[in-house]
Design a protein around this ligand. Structure first.
Ligand code: UDP
Ligand code: MG
Length: 333
């Protein structure tokens, strides 16, 4: 197996320094003035410990991507940066664009300064201790390491079951995601560069990243409750996020219209048998037979026609995304 040799780059000069990887921890933050004073020290401590153990470079850092917060989040980030400019960096989006965009902005900003970036939420619901295993997997050659929840014991029965129903619904609708993985993952600098080639504005990272390819690994961890503050993802926002995911990746719902039309056309035959039996049994009023036959037949015909139009719209939908058509992993040119 080919082992990727991690590089350590000097953030200022971009020079290679040693073989310990520089790790960036990218944290999307929206109105997290309560959570950050707890989570930042704990993330910094995690980096300190790993670099003291000789696992990562001492130049590793936390990069906060402030998603246009209007509270004191940016002040908190600035304070931490002032105290340790090498350890805490930050970017501030001009307005609130949503978690996915804040995360992408952070990853793209961190990529030139690191060998790998780990994305984690500001509320530390995802266990930072799993970073060690992620980095081990990275050193063993994985370029994308997914953090997967081992259990949902801390979630309510309702949350657990609706979440699982969502995953299987998404899969049936043609959206391939990693089961029980949110956005806690490690990506090598190369994986982030490949991600940058996806120019779509409807961002659903959990769908795009499995499409990048490269060697992947999975690390499991226990998900806990928020350290402070409240969730910015109520049920309605989660629902619309999931629908966004499906409609950004799959034209299967459009194709389903066509098959429903065909199914109706087959049902038409049974319906016609019933209508004719009633007609010849003199069990009908004038006009019913012709109306029933034409309604059923035309209904299925309209659905089939819509399905055909849908096929073409599905093609346009794929084309306009201008996604990269392939990525070359290795070569012997
Ligand atoms: N977040 C963001 N922009 C938003 C909403 C949320 O950057 O518009 C960040 C938030 O600060 C947190 C992460 O996304 O770091 C996940 O949000 P949250 O914990 O509220 O979601 P939940 O875990 O409840 O699904
Ligand atoms: Mg959370």
């Amino acid at each position: 197996m080919e082992i990727k040799q991690p590089l350590t780059v000097d953030p200022q000069t971009d020079r290679i320094l040693s073989d310990l990887p520089v790790i960036a921890v990218v944290v999307p933050c929206y109105k997290e003035e309560q959570a950050l004073p707890i989570s930042l020290p704990s993330l910094i401590q995690m980096l300190d410990r790993m670099s003291a153990d000789g696992m990562i470079s001492e130049h590793s850092f936390v990069l906060c991507s402030d998603d246009g917060s209007t509270d004191g989040t940016w002040c908190v980030i600035s304070e931490f940066h002032k105290a340790a400019p090498g350890r805490v960096k930050g970017i501030h989006l001009a307005h609130n664009r949503g978690h996915q965009y804040a995360l992408l902005a952070g990853l793209l900003a961190a990529a030139p300064m690191c060998d790998a970036a780990i994305s984690i939420d500001a509320d530390l619901q995802d266990d930072p201790a799993a970073m060690r295993q992620m980095i081990e997997q990275f050193k063993a050659g994985a370029e994308i390491v997914y953090g997967v929840r081992s259990s949902r014991e801390s979630d309510t029965w309702f949350k657990r079951n609706t979440a699982h129903a969502f995953y299987s619904f998404q899969r049936h609708m043609g959206l391939d995601t990693v089961y029980d993985h949110a956005d806690y993952r490690l990506m090598s600098r190369r994986a982030i560069e490949l991600l940058a080639a996806y120019g779509e504005s409807n961002l659903f990272l959990r769908g795009i990243i499995p499409q990048i390819g490269l060697k992947t690994a999975v690390v499991t961890y226990e998900r806990s409750s928020r350290v402070a503050g409240e969730s910015k993802y109520p049920l309605a926002k989660m629902l619309s996020f999931s629908i966004d995911g499906i409609t950004s990746f799959s034209s299967r719902p459009l194709r389903m219209i066509f098959f429903v039309g065909i199914a109706l056309l087959i049902l038409d035959v049974a319906m016609a048998l019933y209508v004719f039996t009633s007609y010849f049994g003199h069990d009908t009023i004038p006009g019913w037979t012709s109306l029933m036959l034409s309604t059923w037949f035309l209904g299925s015909l309209i659905l089939i026609a819509l399905g055909v139009v849908g096929e073409y719209i599905g093609k346009i939908f794929i084309e306009v995304k201008h996604r990269p058509r392939f990525a070359i992993d290795k070569d012997l040119l």
